[in-house]
Every structure is written in structure tokens, then in C-alpha cells.
Design a protein around this ligand. Structure first.
Ligand code: CMX
Length: 449
């Protein structure tokens, strides 16, 4: 099929000539003007105060950066660019199946522009992603060369880095391109990375678990449907799970570890590949994205010890045993949210609609009853409610996608949509290199003597 994508389309999607470039070219001056207005009229206003507690406590609650693609509310969860909450997004986004899950490539468009693409824009953008998806030989060779016990997230980070030598931004910077043009090259690199990520991620999966038996891309499919296909899942429901998963994990404001890492590294004018590879390393931490694999591991531990239908009392004891052994309960708690994560609610609704009598899905519902009161009893947990990771892996597992060490890679494919959109905007707005200050313990005490 790729061979049939004719040269006029190839020309059309060459540097700076994609539909997204056209759309953003109109938006960028408006946002630049808005930032200028904010700087001149509001530059001296206080957003909040920085306490010693916040400085030594992981900067919790400090609003200290500009990140324009989404905003997080402690009670209501995430709102994507254009004012779309998770339920609103799921109702209004373009879909592959009527009444089904959003198309994540449309979410990328939304995060960048604040609008869903029109059917024509979507079609053109999907073509562009198809055309740019093919991986260079060295990326394929690199993945194939890695020991299969290399964690899939490590493979993902390395594979993204292997694309860096073709960065349009890095090349343009060497040529001395004007600062006003940076965003266009970041957009080129970002579209390229987004196009290639499902191919990279599917290759890592087939390399790690299926002896390098790769599955050819199907260019008739949408971006996420093709990812499911290349992973080896043809059921429509699995494609829908993947579409939904990739849509709702895409962005979660700028302060979380992956988004902030990508933003920080990008602020040094490191290109999209360098920035997003770094973000993946943060996402691979068990307190962040790796929690979805840890949830599965925890639930498997419950099943192994207590069987498929544990009593509430037995599950309570298992939860206390986990806590008393000095571990966290994965999938519960959040740095910002103080309510059940709407992304969890969305996935629970999907499970209710499509899945009947699955022991793990039932167990997940049971944990919702048991775990929050226990976390509340601990007296220190700020949010006892489930986050997105409490449900995502369970859906994949139900459909036979059981290699849970891989689950965070799916998260990594999705989070690129938000991080890349934000990188483009950071360059379009000319945001400076990030350089907050720090204090030593002695300096803090000396300051308040
Ligand atoms: N189980 C046990 N203890 C928990 C807990 C949980 N699920 N959530 C928080 N706590 C503990 C913290 O470890 C901390 O204990 P110490 O004071 O002894 O260090 C205390 O409660 C206060 O923490 P907090 O203010 O409620 O939460 P933080 O903002 O510090 O941390 C998070 C947030 C997500 C790291 C934490 O809730 C956690 O470890 N959850 C489990 C891992 C998880 O699900 N992570 C995924 C988050 C979503 C994502 O990024 O993908």
C-alpha cells in the first residue's frame, strides 16, 4: 500500500506542508499575542506562594509552568485543549465505530489546535501518519538486537533515540534557522514520531514475546487500529480498547513526571526525540506509568493467594499485608486528583458494557469497595481513590493481552500525543530554558533563623 501512496501525496506531506502546519500557522500568532498580553499585564501577579513544605515535598500544588494543551482539576480530572473533559471528549471525538471510542490521532489534532479535525482534515492527517510510519532499518535492527529480557520501556526509549539522527529540528538548528521557525521543525519531528510510535511499539512486543514474528502494517486501518493489528489483535473490541486507551492517557497537564520531563528537556532545545525518550524513562517508574503493570502484578498475587472470588475480609487482609510490608497499593492515590479519576470511570464503563463474568474485572470492582476505606484509615494518603492505572491493564488482560510488563509501552504511545503537542507550543511561544533554583538544608534553616 505504501508503494501506492503516490508522489504528490509524498510532496504534500513534506516539510511544513501538512494540514497541521497550515492550521497552526493561523493559531500561533494569536497565542503569541495572548502570551505577550499576559506577560505585560499580569507578569507581576502572584499565582500562589512557595512554601518550604512544597519545595521539599516534590513541588506539590505549585503552579509553576505554562503548559497549554490540557489542565487538571483535583475533583473533575483532566480537560483537554478546547475545553473537553474525558466524558465530553468521548462523546464528541471522531470515532472508527459509531458510539465507540475516540480516534487518538484526532486527539493529537485537538491537543495541538483546540478543535477536532473535520472529516477531510482527519483523512488527510491519517494519510500523513501512514506515509511517515515506516521505520528506518537501524531502528528495526536495534530492536531486534536487544536481549528479550530488556524491559519493553527501555527498548522503547532506545528505539525513539535511534530516530534522533533524522531530526528535522536538529538539522535546521545546525543550519542556523530563525527562532521564529523552530515550532515548524518541532511539528515535523513530532508528527514523524507519532507516526512511527505504533510501529516501534508493536515491533518491541513481537520481538519480546513472539520470537520476532512481525506483522505488516495494514494501511486501511486508523492509527490505533493498525497498532492493535500489528500487535496481533484483530478483534474489533481490542481495537476499541486500544483506541480508548490511547485517547484518554494522552495528556494530564504539565506537572506529571513524563510531561514535565519532556517539557524540561525540550526547553534546552533538545529535539522531540531526545525530549520524548527522556519522558519515557520517567514514565517507566513504578510511581508513574509503570503502576499499570504493578496493578496486574498485585491482582495476580491476590488471585494466587485467595483464588478468583476472595471474600471482602480476605481482600482487606491482603491489602493490609501489602501496606504493612512497606509497599504502596498500585493504582490508588494521585499527586493532584482528590477524587476517582474520570479515566478510571471511563474504563470501568467500557468493562461494564463489553465484559461479563471476568474474574479480574470483578476483582477490580471489589477493590474499589475495599481499598479506599483502608487507605483513609492510614491517615496520610491524600487521595484514596483509584487512578487511571487501576483499570487499564485489566481490560487488556481480558482480551488475551497478558504480557503486563509491556502495558506501560501502550501508555508511552499515548502520552506522546500530549508531550509532542506541548513541545510544539513551547517552541511556538518561545518559552525559555527552564531553570528553577534550589536550596540546601542549611540554607533553608539559615533563611528562617
Ligand atoms: N498506597 C499506599 N500508600 C500510599 C498510596 C497508595 N496507593 N498513595 C499514597 N500513599 C502514601 C505515600 O506513599 C505517602 O507516604 P509517606 O508519607 O510515608 O511517604 C503518603 O501516602 C502521602 O502521599 P500522597 O500525598 O497521598 O501522595 P503523593 O502525591 O506523594 O504520591 C502517588 C502520589 C501516585 C505516587 C501515590 O499515591 C502512589 O504511590 N500511588 C501508587 C502508585 C500509583 O498508582 N501510581 C500511578 C499514578 C498515576 C500515574 O502517574 O500514572
Amino acid at each position: 500500500m505504501l508503494g501506492r501512496i503516490n508522489s504528490s501525496i509524498v510532496r504534500k506531506f513534506s516539510q511544513h506542508h501538512s494540514p497541521l502546519h497550515e492550521k497552526l500557522s493561523k493559531l500561533v500568532p494569536k497565542k503569541q499575542e495572548q502570551l505577550k498580553r499576559i506577560k505585560t499585564t499580569l507578569g507581576e501577579k502572584e499565582i500562589g506562594k512557595i512554601t518550604v513544605g512544597a519545595a521539599v515535598g516534590g513541588m506539590r500544588g505549585m503552579k509553576a509552568m505554562l503548559y497549554d494543551t490540557s489542565i487538571l482539576d483535583a475533583q473533575h480530572g483532566i480537560t483537554y485543549n478546547g475545553g473537553h473533559s474525558i466524558p465530553d471528549l468521548c462523546a464528541k471525538a471522531p470515532k472508527a465505530v459509531e458510539g465507540g471510542e475516540p480516534l487518538p490521532e484526532a486527539i493529537f489534532w485537538l491537543l495541538l489546535t483546540g478543535d477536532f479535525p473535520t472529516p477531510q482534515e482527519l483523512k488527510e492527517f491519517q494519510n500523513e501518519l501512514r506515509q511517515k510510519g515506516t521505520l528506518p532499518k537501524e531502528t528495526n535492527d536495534l530492536i531486534k538486537s536487544l536481549p528479550t529480557n530488556t524491559h519493553p520501556m527501555t527498548q522503547l526509549s532506545m528505539a525513539i533515540l535511534s530516530l534522533q539522527r533524522n531530526s528535522k529540528f536538529a538539522e535546521a538548528y545546525r543550519r542556523g534557522v530563525s527562532k521564529a521557525e523552530y515550532w515548524k521543525y518541532y511539528l515535523d519531528d513530532s508528527i514523524d514520531l507519532v507516526a512511527k510510535l505504533p510501529h516501534i511499539a508493536a515491533r518491541i512486543y513481537r520481538h519480546t514475546y513472539f520470537n520476532d514474528k512481525y506483522i505488516e502494517s495494514d494501511h486501511k486501518l486508523d492509527w490505533a487500529g493498525n497498532y492493535a493489528h500489528m500487535l496481533g489483535y484483530e478483534r474489533q473490541e481490542v481495537k476499541e480498547v486500544i483506541r480508548g486507551y490511547l485517547s484518554i492517557h494522552a495528556d494530564h497537564e504539565g506537572g506529571n513526571v513524563s510531561a514535565h520531563t519532556s517539557h524540561l528537556v525540550g526547553s534546552a532545545l533538545s529535539d522531540t526525540y531526545l525530549s520524548y525518550s527522556a519522558a519515557i524513562n520517567g514514565l517507566a517508574g513504578p510511581l508513574h506509568g509503570l503502576a499499570n503493570q504493578e496493578v496486574l502484578r498485585w491482582l495476580m498475587g491476590v488471585r494466587e493467594k485467595l483464588g478468583d472470588n476472595p471474600t471482602d475480609e480476605a481482600l482487606e487482609k491482603y491489602t493490609w499485608d501489602t501496606l504493612n510490608s512497606g509497599k504502596v497499593i498500585p493504582g490508588y492515590g494521585h499527586g493532584v486528583l482528590r477524587n476517582t479519576d474520570p479515566r478510571y470511570t471511563h474504563q470501568a464503563a467500557f468493562a461494564k458494557k463489553y465484559i461479563k463474568n471476568d474474574p479480574l474485572v470483578n476483582l477490580t470492582a471489589q477493590t474499589l469497595k475495599i481499598i479506599p476505606p483502608i487507605l483513609l484509615k492510614l491517615g496520610k494518603v491524600a487521595n484514596p481513590w483509584p487512578n487511571v492505572d487501576a483499570h487499564s491493564g485489566v481490560l487488556l488482560y481480558h482480551y488475551g493481552f497478558t504480557q503486563f510488563d509491556y502495558y506501560t509501552v501502550v501508555f508511552g504511545v499515548s502520552r506522546a500525543l500530549g508531550c509532542c503537542a506541548a513541545l510544539v507550543w513551547s517552541r511556538a511561544l518561545g518559552l525559555p530554558i527552564e531553570r528553577p533554583g534550589s536550596l540546601t538544608l542549611d540554607a533553608i534553616e539559615a533563611r528562617y533563623k
